[in-house]
Design a protein around this ligand. Structure first.
Ligand code: NDP
Length: 452
């Protein structure tokens, strides 16, 4: 490494200090590499600033509505609850500012040089940043992604999740466009905070690619709580006001339109093409299993590669890359059995294969499912149902997928994911003693195969 060091200013120059870039820079530096990072915005990227963290805080806030609604059944009288959006935003912003500082400190403590400016590739080993020209043995692109808005007339009248975290005041009514993670999460947040919320999705079913039964049940649960869900509905035009004309000819007025219609990789104006880096049609950096681009010294991880766009995947890709680059341990990415949660209300969490995918790949599968009213809701009028489903390979009895809708589904599926990742079988699930009384125990007590 020392001869190489003499040739270049740094062993690694990372562009972007989000989840992936910060993790990669730190771990590479800990392995002894001389590392620099460039970030023109706030430390922590999408997840910390306009994603996972503030979203989860808003989601916690929204859940109080349910808690207040069942409190009386446990003997509490809580009066008429009222909600103050500016207080929540101020507290949220304080926490985000703290996390920005934590991320910066993590980099400094690891000895990573920080450039607070936009960086751009000049060639395979050179970047320009803040008026300086820097060379590096390896360049890592970890620039993340940005919300994408459909090109319909009036779309600038709508907002994206970026702005939703900073609204001066909550609207009385909102249209959320899309049927993915962001749409479902924000529809639940808005509804929980008292906004009359409509979700319009162009497709037949929410959450493309997820287990179909799960998607249908989630739509039912969200509708049961009061979110108006319109499927096969898509805005064609937005007029000032904010009057929305849908493709089917219907119109409606909302105080706010939120586009949650996907994200695009941040690869514009980075000089990637000039350096010879091949991009996919959607702009993502094309990489191999080791996160290497078409240029040997340029690597990319996280959302900018548009593989599995989740924070813990980006940080895992960062760790694998650091091992490959500076620990003599070439480590390919492992995107199998990635657990994930949609923090809608109720939560939907899943690991492994959907029933549809499992049938496609394995042919015969056994399905186990349970659908029940949680003990927590049993004293109240709440109609909410918890749903769990196991997809099992009929031949080997291996559990291929575990799916849940219900309170804290993400917390529960995280543990189940270890078993699924280790290849646990249904008999091994059955041999596990449940914790009583919990909802989670149902995962080890489902005995009867569902018919069909
Ligand atoms: P998604 O890709 O999950 O969903 C986009 C949605 O918008 C889909 O329902 C899609 O419909 C719809 N859509 C796309 N283009 C249009 C269009 N032109 N007009 C109307 N509808 C359209 O994107 P999100 O923005 O929700 O989230 C981005 C990514 O961020 C996610 O994929 C996920 O990886 C990550 N994320 C993870 C979270 C978590 O872990 N909890 C939370 C939030 C985001 P269709 O299905 O028909 O294509």
């Amino acid at each position: 490494m020392s001869a190489e060091r003499a040739r270049y200013d740094y062993d690694l120059f990372c562009i972007g200090a989000g989840s992936g870039g910060v993790r990669a820079s730190r771990v590479c530096a800990n392995y002894g590499a001389h590392v620099a990072i460039a970030e023109h915005g706030r430390f922590g990227g999408t997840c910390v600033n306009v994603g996972c963290i503030p979203k989860k805080l808003l989601s916690y806030a929204a859940h109080w509505r349910d808690d207040f609604s069942i409190a009386a059944s446990f003997g509490w009288s809580v009066g008429e609850p009222s909600f103050d959006w500016p207080t929540l935003l101020a507290n949220k912003d304080r926490e985000i500012a703290r996390l920005n500082g934590v991320y910066e400190r993590l980099l400094l403590d690891a000895g990573v040089a920080i450039f607070r400016a936009r960086a751009r590739l000049r060639d395979a080993h050179t970047v320009e940043v803040g008026g300086k020209t820097i060379t590096a043995r390896h360049i890592l692109v970890a620039t993340g992604s940005w919300p994408r808005v459909p090109a319909i007339p009036g779309s600038p009248l709508g907002i994206t999740s970026n702005e939703a975290f900073h609204l001066e005041e909550l609207p009385r009514s909102a249209l959320v466009v899309g049927g993915g993670y962001v749409a479902l999460e924000f529809a639940s947040i808005f509804h929980g905070l008292g906004v009359a919320t409509t979700l319009a999705h162009r497709g037949e079913r929410l959450l493309r690619g997820f287990d179909g039964e799960l998607c249908e049940r989630l739509a039912g649960e969200m509708a049961g709580k009061g979110v108006k869900i319109r499927l096969r509905a898509n805005p064609a035009r937005i007029d000032p006001g904010v009057q929305v004309a849908f493709e089917d000819g219907s119109t409606a007025r909302y105080e706010l339109v939120l586009f949650a219609t996907g994200r695009k990789p941040n690869t514009a104006n980075l000089g990637l093409e000039d350096a010879g880096v091949t991009l996919a049609a959607d702009g993502a950096v094309l990489v191999d299993r080791y996160s290497r681009s078409s240029v040997d010294s340029v690597w990319a991880i996280g959302d900018v590669t548009n593989r599995v766009n989740l924070t813990p995947v980006a940080t895992a890709e960062a760790t694998w890359l650091a091992k490959t680059l500076f620990h003599d341990e070439p480590t390919p990415v492992d995107h199998d059995n990635v657990p994930t949660t949609v923090f809608a209300n109720p939560n939907l969490a899943t690991v492994g294969l959907s029933e549809e995918k499992a049938r496609e790949r394995f042919g015969a599968v056994d399905i186990y499912r349970t659908h029940f009213r949680a003990l927590r809701d049993s004293l109240s009028a709440s109609e909410e149902k918890t749903f769990m489903k196991l997809v099992v390979d009929a031949a080997s009895q291996r559990v291929l997928g575990a799916h849940m809708i219900g309170r804290d589904a993400g917390e529960i599926i995280q543990g189940i994911a270890i078993a699924v990742k280790l290849g646990a079988t249904k008999p091994q699930f059955d041999a596990t003693i449940g914790i009583h009384p919990t909802a989670a125990e149902e995962f080890v007590t489902m005995r009867s195969k569902a018919s069909g």
